[in-house]
Ligand binder design. Structure first.
Ligand SMILES: *Cc1c(COP(=O)(O)O)cnc(C)c1O
Length: 409
């Protein structure tokens, strides 16, 4: 019977330290949060934790101006959209947001058209299924985000995966490929590792082999580039071969996503992307508030936040390198990462969990990321930084990590 079948599998997950549980955030998203519930299951008292886990890189998720803009948007445009975009759910707020985003992306994708989605997951499914037809081959980095992997699985296109950031493998695959349409698909900033794809080299390969380059900039939009325009600005790229996906639930502090691309690509998505056509449009209040978020990201406030974030990244990396060296016999690794995502790879699931639990006992909240999210034997603490972390917050994490490392069996 299904219930027994599932129950046995859940027990199996539990026994391999792979069962996941939500804790409940009792206070808004911020470095210091009040939480209840336990990752280990059962009851746990409410407590305050200093978190290094959110993707709220600029600390905008609880910005008062965004709360006000959301309320203003609900009053002006209503709380719900009532239908999918093509039926009647496409409000003036959605149209204005798309127009603003296409101005943002114009310097990087000539005449960029923009289509907004409820989530990045939906945008990626849309892109890969609508563009990856039977005439196409998808070339995907092996460490791409789950939503790109799922999109590739649903697509009719042939799928070729290349080893993480291995451009010579990719070049070989492109040279061998005989389908008329070729789509290179990559995260700009890899979500569990924090390293960046070499977008200039990928674009050069795309040009050489008459391919398109699909860039998922979930962790770059708002953070990278002088005004937070994302990874294309960071690298100074401009090409109509680029199909860009940015998310609005991370640095932008709200929720949603958008695709920016040549207008013909956008029009094709409108006509064929099933996650666009068959899903209710996001709340117009969110679309409205996102325009305030864009102004914050690009303005003085955003510049200051990006500068603060940069200082915390440098501080954390220095401390983590020292920690890895101090406990060298444990064989931990701190991979190269210049972004707000800093993974401390410890190897075994049990060690990652023990470290996370020990940190939590010290009032710190750092997620232990295990397979299947990351490859086997690369379980890690995924530390993420926000502009709203103070230097003292980072020192507190480093001290606690040192203690936790000592206490590990
Ligand atoms: C978070 C994330 C997504 C999904 O975006 P949502 O808006 O959260 O659905 C897609 N790609 C990457 C790389 C991500 O990190």
């Amino acid at each position: 019977m299904l219930i027994d079948h599932l129950y046995r599998q859940l027990l199996d997950l539990e026994s391999r330290a792979l069962r996941r549980r939500c804790v409940i955030a009792e206070s808004p998203c911020a470095p210091l949060q009040r939480v209840s519930g336990s990752r280990a299951g059962g009851d746990a008292p409410e407590r305050n934790l200093l978190g290094f886990c959110s993707n709220d890189y600029l600390g905008l998720a609880n910005h008062p101006s965004l709360g006000d803009a959301l309320a203003d948007g609900a009053r002006r445009y209503g709380a719900g959209s009532g239908a999918s975009h093509l039926v009647s759910g496409h409000s003036r707020a959605h149209a204005a947001l798309a127009e603003e985003l296409s101005e943002w992306m114009g310097p990087y994708i000539p005449q960029a058209g923009v289509l907004t989605f409820c989530t990045g997951y939906m945008a990626n499914l849309a892109l890969l299924t609508a563009l990856g037809d039977a005439q196409a081959t998808l070339f995907a980095d092996k460490l791409n985000h789950a939503s790109l992997i799922d999109g590739a699985r649903l697509a009719k296109a042939d799928l070729q995966r290349f080893a993480h950031c291995n451009l010579s493998v990719l070049a070989h695959q492109l040279a061998q490929c005989s389908t008329p349409i070729k789509l290179i698909v990559t995260d700009a900033v890899f979500s569990m590792d924090g390293d960046m794809a070499d977008l200039p080299a990928l674009l050069a390969l795309a040009e050489q082999h008459d391919a398109m380059l699909i860039v998922d900039d979930a962790h770059g939009f708002g953070v990278l580039g002088p005004r937070g325009q994302g990874s294309l600005a960071h690298f100074g790229l401009c090409s109509d071969r680029i199909i860009y996906m940015g998310t609005l639930g991370k640095a932008a502090g709200l929720s949603g996503a958008f695709v920016a691309a040549h207008p013909t690509v956008i029009e094709w998505l409108v006509q064929t992307a099933r996650t666009y056509i068959y899903s209710t449009a996001s709340s117009p209040a969110i679309a409205h508030a996102l325009r305030t978020s864009l102004a914050l990201v690009a303005g003085e406030d955003g510049m200051r936040r990006r500068a603060d974030l940069q200082q915390r990244i440098v501080q954390l990396r220095e401390g983590l390198s020292a920690c890895v060296a101090r406990y060298a016999d444990r064989g931990w690794q701190l991979p190269e990462s210049a972004t707000a995502i800093q993974p401390l790879i410890v190897g075994s699931n049990a060690d990652a969990l023990a470290l996370a639990a020990s940190l939590e006992a010290r009032g710190l909240w750092v997620p232990a990321i295990r397979p299947p999210t990351v490859p086997v034997n690369t379980a890690r603490l995924r530390i993420t930084l926000c502009a709203t972390h103070s230097a003292e917050d980072v020192s507190r994490l480093l001290d606690a990590l040192d203690q936790a490392a000592k206490d590990l069996p």
